[in-house]
Every structure is written in C-alpha cells, then in structure tokens.
Design a protein around this ligand. Structure first.
Ligand code: ASP
Length: 422
C-alpha cells in the first residue's frame, strides 16, 4: 500500500494496462469451457468495469466542452482572432489527414499489403451503408442545431461546439452586464476539472478492465492472417507520431518534441485504453493547457474540434484497408481512384465520431466511393479493436500538436510552463 501511494498516475495506468493485457490473454487461453462460467467469471465483469469507466468520461465530456469552450471564446473576445485560429486549425487538420492517408496508401503499395495473404473472402458481410452515408451528410448539413437541448442530450459534439462559440461570442459582448453568469461558468469549470480528476483516480482500474475485456475476446491468433495489414498500419503510425509530429512541433512551434512526449504520454495511454477521442478529451485539454502551456481558450477550441473532425490515425487505417481490400480482390486501383480514396479519407475523418469503432464504419464510405466491395469490411473487423486503440493515439496526438502549433503562432503558449519539469 505504501508503495502504491508513491506511484504516479501514469505509472499506475501503465501497470493497469499491462495487467489487463496479461489477464485478458490468459483468460482467453485458459478460461473455463462452460459458457456460463465464462460469462460470470470474467468477460462480463471486465466488460462492465470498462463500460462504467468509459461512461464516466462520456458523462463529463459535454459539460467540459460546453462550458470550457464558451469561456474560452469569451476570453478571446475577438471574432477576428477566433476566425484566424479556426482557419489555421482546419488547414493543419486537413493537411495532416491527407498526409496520413497518403502515407498509409503508399506504404501499403510498397509492401504489397494484400499480396500473399491467405484470407477467405467474404461474399457479403451484411454491412449496410445507408446509416453511414446519412450520418455523414447529416454531419455537414446539421452543423447548426435547431434545438439546443437535443444537441446536448445527444452529445452531438459539432453542434455543441457551435452552441459554445455562439454563446461565447454573445457573452463576450455583454459580459459586464452578466457578472453572475461569468462567475457561474468559472465555478462550473472548476467543478468539471475536479470531476475529471476524480475519474482519473480510477483510471488504472478502468484501463485494466478495458484491456482485459479486449484481450479476453481476441486471442493472438486472430491477428496472424492480417499481420501485414497491422504491421503496415503500425509502421506508418510510428512515422506519423515520431517523424511528422516532431517535425511540426520543432519547425512550426519551435519546441522540443521530447518534452512534448514526456508530458503527453499519459494522455496517449488513456487514448490507447479507451479507443475514444471523446473520452480522452477532458484529459487532453488538461495536459495541453496545464502541462504544455497552451492558453485554455485556444486549447479547448482546437482539441474539442479535433476530437470530432481530425482523425489522422483513422485516415492511415482507411488508406491501408482500402489498398488491402483492393489487392485481395485483385482490383488494380487507378490514379483517379487513389485520389478519390484520399479525398474520401479526409471527408470520413470529419464524419467519424470520436468513439470506439467509428472509423471502420466510415471505411464503408471510402470503399463505396471507388466501387470496392462493402462486404470486405468484415475482413478487418476482427482486428479492428486492436487497430482502433493505436489509431486513437494518432488521432488525439494530432489534435494536441495542432493546439501547440496554433498556440505558438498566436503567442498563446507559455514556453516557461512547457519547459518546466513535471
Ligand atoms: N476510435 C477513434 C477515435 O475515437 C475513431 C475511430 O474509430 O477511428 O478517435
């Protein structure tokens, strides 16, 4: 007990993750053969623990984004600055997403991702695209909510961002007349931060359950036939994380990437465990603001937007999966089709919700745009939870890097806080 009190939270989370993986794999191998025992003893328990943990973050993410972003926009008190920050952010999001899908596609061709794979091709996985397509066009068409309460109840992040920006601008104009509202928002913000801190206290147990659940459901054997796909995806993700992002941090923000990763690692672990950009958002805002020194008004805005529309890791997966499926089905992609895949990855990134498994559903959109068989989604579905954990790390790290770069360019980054040892 005495030692556990001395361990820092990131170390405890790491231990929770490692134990979760070991227990999950052991459970998958040696679990009792009777289904009922399996259900009662392990899988249900891990599932329940993991779901409770994820739900806690889902519970707090709406108040965090709404209040903290509204305060941020009010603090900016400058529509021109807001527009500039928004424009820079969207440009960096778009460029990094396109680059990610291009790297994924190029690497997949280079290693012949679908060549020499012995996988039975599904006839029809029953995947239907109607829901996906309507949800994608909904994303663009319903940016402006018609009912504020529905947006909050549905946790529709893009609409909540719109509401926060609109109310934040209005509040900035009349802040002298509404001091009570200003003070109330400040207090709610402090309360939200406390709740997030409390949730993080149980994070080691939560990530243990999430990983034990994932690994007790998948044996290592499921990874083997798709080994090339997974390795290709991981290699490109490593290039994104350890080459592209550091270059951006170094060249555009003039900051040390090593310091960034040292301070940001716990958030990456959380993203890995939860597979959800939204669930990681409150911790991401906390780290980028308090440890990396980006002004809260800018960090909340960029990170909330990023958790919803910027998915670099997902774009890599979609690029790799599209080439894999084309090669497995013996389809030669033309240059026009490849360009279309890149464009669709960018659009799918906007439409992908920051929650587990959303990216693979949007893969349907990418496949359909170039006439690849939709049923083939079933091929990558089996390993998607594992791939999802990694790509979510790429997604949220991209958001944080963008916040650093934009923060630095707007002189809204405290370099002393950034360099301060933890
Ligand atoms: N799980 C990812 C995220 O939350 C989305 C995806 O499935 O690609 O960022």
């Amino acid at each position: 007990m005495a030692t556990s009190r001395k361990l820092s939270l990131p170390v405890k989370i790491l231990i929770g993750m490692a134990l979760g993986i070991v227990v999950g794999i052991a459970y998958n191998k040696f679990s009792p053969s009777q289904e009922i025992m399996r259900e009662l003893l392990g899988v249900r328990l891990f599932d329940l623990g993991g779901t409770l943990f994820l739900n806690m973050f889902r519970m707090i993410v709406v108040p965090v984004v709404l209040v903290s972003m509204m305060r941020g926009v009010t603090a900016m008190n400058n529509p021109a600055l807001l527009g500039r920050v928004g424009l820079k952010t969207v440009i960096i999001f778009a460029v990094t997403t396109v680059l990610s899908s291009v790297m994924g596609i190029a690497a997949s061709f280079a290693i012949g991702i679908g060549k020499g794979c012995s996988i039975a091709l599904p006839e029809d996985s029953g995947v239907k695209l109607e829901g996906t397509i309507s949800s994608f066009s909904d994303t663009l068409a319903s940016l402006v909510p018609s009912n504020l309460f529905t947006s909050l109840v549905d946790a529709n992040m893009l609409q909540i961002i719109f509401i926060a920006v609109a109310f934040g601008i209005a509040l900035a104009k009349i802040q002298d007349k509404v001091p009570k509202i200003m003070a109330l928002l400040e207090e709610i913000d402090a309360l939200n931060v406390k709740v997030v801190e409390m949730i993080l206290c149980v994070a080691p147990y939560g990530v243990f359950c999430l990983l034990a659940n994932t690994f007790s459901n998948f044996g290592a054997a499921v990874l083997l036939p798709l080994g090339k796909y997974i390795i290709c995806f991981l290699l490109v993700l490593a290039v994104l994380l350890f080459v592209v992002y550091p270059i951006l941090i170094l060249c555009l923000a003039r900051l040390s990437p090593v310091t960034f990763y040292k301070k940001f690692a716990p958030v990456m672990l959380l993203a890995f465990s939860t597979s959800s950009s939204n669930a990681t958002l409150p911790s991401n805002i906390g780290a980028v603001t308090d440890l990396l020194g980006v002004d809260r008004s800018i960090s909340t805005f960029i990170l909330s937007l990023g958790a919803t529309i910027n998915m670099n890791g997902t774009a890599i997966m979609q690029g790799c999966a599209a080439v894999l499926i084309a090669q497995l089905y013996g389809i030669d992609l033309t240059l026009g089709q490849i360009t279309q895949i890149i464009l669709m990855c960018l659009l799918a990134s906007v439409g992908t919700a920051g929650m587990p498994g959303a990216g693979v559903i949007m893969l349907g959109l990418v496949l359909q745009s170039v006439g690849l068989p939709l049923g083939a989604i079933g091929l990558v579905l089996g390993v998607d939870r594992i791939v999802d954990m990694f790509r979510t790390v790429g997604n949220i790290t991209g958001d944080a890097v963008t916040a650093l770069v934009v923060g630095a360019s707007e002189k809204a980054l405290d370099r002393e806080i950034y360099a301060r040892p933890q």
